[in-house]
Design a protein around this ligand. Structure first.
Ligand code: SAM
Length: 433
C-alpha cells in the first residue's frame, strides 16, 4: 500500500540486533529506523542496497507500548545511538531477549539469569570517534549517520560525558575558522578522571594559522590536543609535546589505571565498575588462585583480580596494551603478582599458561577464536568468567565450553551503551563434572 513513491505503510515484525525494525514489503525486506515490533508505520525509503530497503518511520499509525518520545533531537539520523524511541526498561528486555535467543540457538540453557544491570542512562561515554565534514562554510562534527557516511548535525550529545559533549559546539566553531578543516576527517575524544584529550586526524600538514587556532582551543578548553598525520604511531602533542596519560579509578579496590587516549578502555566507567565487581564475586575466593586473563588489554580485569590475591597471567596481542598493563601493575604495586605477554590468541603458536585454576575471557566481537576448544584440553581449572560484547560469538563460544564439560551457571546483560543496540554480557561457567 504505497502512499507516495518513496513512502510505504508497513507492519513491523521484529527488531534486529542493530536496533532496526524489520518488515516485509510486497517485494522485498525493509529495515526501518525508529520503529518497533507490533507497530504499523509509514516508512520513508532512504536507501536500496543488495535487494533490501532502508528507511525511517515518519508516522506511527499503531504505537507500541514500549515507545517513548526521543529526548535526543538528532535521533534517528545520528548513527551514535539507535534506541532513543524505546522505553529504557524495554531496551534491557530486548537486549536480554537477544542473548536468550542466541543461547537457545546454540542449545545453551543457563542455570540462572542475573537481573540486567544498568549504571545510569546518559553522560556515560568517555570515548568517541566523531566525523568532521565541511560543507560550504559550515562545519559539522558528529557521529556518522547510520544509513550514510554523512556526519550528523549535532551541537551536543546526551550519551557523551558532559565534559565531552560541551566540546562539540566549540569544536565546530573553531574548525569553521580554520583553512584546513576540510582535510580533517575525524576527531577522537577521550576522557579520564583527570582530563580530556582530542586526537585530531589531519590529511595535510597544518598551516601556522591553524596550529595557532588549536593552541588557543587547547588553552580555552583545557582539552589536550594531539595531532595525528597517519596511524596512531604518528600522534604528537602541539609543538612536538609528547602524550600525557589519562587515568581512571576502579573504586572499591583503590586501583588507578593509566591509558593513552587511543587505547582500548571500556567507555562506560560506571558500568565497567559493576562488571568488575560481579566478576570478583563469581571468582571469590581469589587468594592463591592462578588466573589467566585472555584479551587482557591494559589490565582492566587483571589488576582487580590480583588485588584480591590472585596471581594473574594476562595475554593480549597489542604490544602497547601489554606495556600499559605492566605499567599499571607497577603503578598499583602488583608487579609481583602479575605477568603480561604479547600473544595473538587466534594463532596456533599461542598456548595457555600452565596450571591455571581460573580463566577470564574478554575477547573482541569475533569471540574467543578458533583455539578455544584446544585451550580447554589443557585447562584443568574449574571456573571461567567470560565478558562479551557480542551475544552471537558469546553463545557459540559457550557451546564450545559446554562441550568441554562446563555449565553456564549464571549469565546476564550489562548496559554498557544505553540507547544503542550494543549488548554486553557476563557469563560465569563452572566445570560440571
Ligand atoms: C574487549 S577488549 C578487552 C580488554 C580488557 N579486558 C578490558 O577490560 O579493558 C579486547 C581486547 O582483545 C585484544 N585482542 C583482539 N584480538 C586479539 C587477538 N587475536 N589476540 C590477543 N588479543 C586480542 C584487543 O587488543 C583488546 O585489548
Amino acid at each position: 500500500m504505497k502512499s507516495s513513491p518513496t513512502e510505504i505503510e508497513l507492519d513491523i515484525e521484529t527488531i534486529s540486533h542493530e536496533g532496526l525494525g524489520f518488515a516485509q514489503t510486497e517485494t522485498r525486506p525493509m529495515h526501518v529506523r525508529n520503529a518497533l515490533p507490533g507497530e504499523r508505520v509509514t516508512a520513508r525509503i532512504l536507501k536500496k542496497r543488495k535487494g533490501q530497503l532502508y528507511g525511517d518511520a515518519v508516522d506511527v499509525v499503531h504505537v507500541s507500548k514500549s515507545r517513548v518520545s526521543s529526548a535526543c533531537d538528532y535521533f534517528p539520523r545520528c548513527g551514535g545511538c539507535n534506541m532513543h524511541h524505546i522505553d529504557p526498561r524495554a531496551q534491557l528486555e530486548l537486549k536480554e531477549g537477544w542473548l536468550r535467543n542466541c543461547l537457545q540457538e546454540n542449545g545453551i540453557q543457563p542455570v540462572a539469569w542475573n537481573t540486567p544491570q544498568r549504571a545510569g542512562l546518559v553522560g556515560y561515554r568517555h570515548k568517541a570517534r566523531l566525523g568532521v565534514r565541511k560543507v560550504a562554510e559550515q562545519v559539522f562534527v558528529g557521529f556518522r549517520e547510520s544509513f550514510a557516511s554523512r556526519v550528523s548535525r549535532m551541537d551536543q550529545c546526551a550519551v557523551l560525558t558532559p565534559e565531552l559533549s560541551r566540546l562539540v559546539k566549540p569544536l565546530k566553531d573553531a574548525l569553521g575558522a580554520m583553512e584546513g578543516a576540510h582535510r580533517i576527517p575525524q576527531i577522537e575524544l577521550a576522557q579520564g578522571d583527570d582530563g580530556v584529550a582530542l586526537l585530531v586526524r589531519h590529511l595535510d600538514p597544518l598551516s601556522e594559522a591553524d596550529l595557532a587556532s588549536w593552541r588557543s582551543f587547547e588553552k580555552s578548553t583545557q582539552a589536550r590536543i594531539y595531532l595525528q598525520s597517519g596511524g596512531y604511531d604518528t600522534l604528537e602533542g602541539l609543538d612536538g609535546r609528547s602524550m600525557d596519560l589519562l587515568h581512571y579509578t576502579v573504586k572499591g579496590s583503590g586501583l588507578v589505571l593509566a591509558f593513552y587516549p587511543h587505547q582500548f578502555v571500556q567507555v562506560n566507567f560506571a558500568m565497567n565498575q559493576v562488571l568488575i565487581e560481579h566478576i570478583l564475586a563469581y571468582l571469590d575466593p581469589l587468594s592463591g588462585q592462578r588466573v589467566g586473563d585472555l584479551f587482557c588489554g591494559i589490565g582492566n580485569l587483571s589488576l582487580p583480580l590480583a588485588r584480591r590475591g590472585a596471581v594473574v597471567k594476562g595475554l593480549e596481542f597489542s604490544e602497547d596494551a601489554v606495556a600499559m598493563a605492566r605499567n599499571n601493575a607497577e603503578l598499583n604495586g602488583l608487579r609481583n603478582q602479575t605477568g603480561f605477554e604479547v600473544c595473538d590468541l587466534y594463532a596456533e603458536e599461542c598456548e595457555l599458561p600452565p596450571d591455571l585454576s581460573t580463566l577470564v575471557l574478554d575477547p573482541p566481537r569475533t569471540g574467543a577464536g578458533p583455539r578455544l576448544a584446544h585451550w580447554m584440553e589443557s585447562f584443568n581449572g574449574s571456573r571461567i568468567a567470560y565478558v562479551s560484547c557480542n551475544p552471537l560469538s558469546f553463545a557459540s563460544d559457550a557451546a564450545v565450553l559446554v562441550d568441554a564439560g562446563f555449565r553456564l551457571r549464571r549469565v546476564g546483560v550489562y548496559d554498557m551503551f544505553p540507547f544503542t543496540a550494543h549488548v554486553e554480557t557476563l557469563g560465569y561457567f563452572e566445570r560440571a563434572i
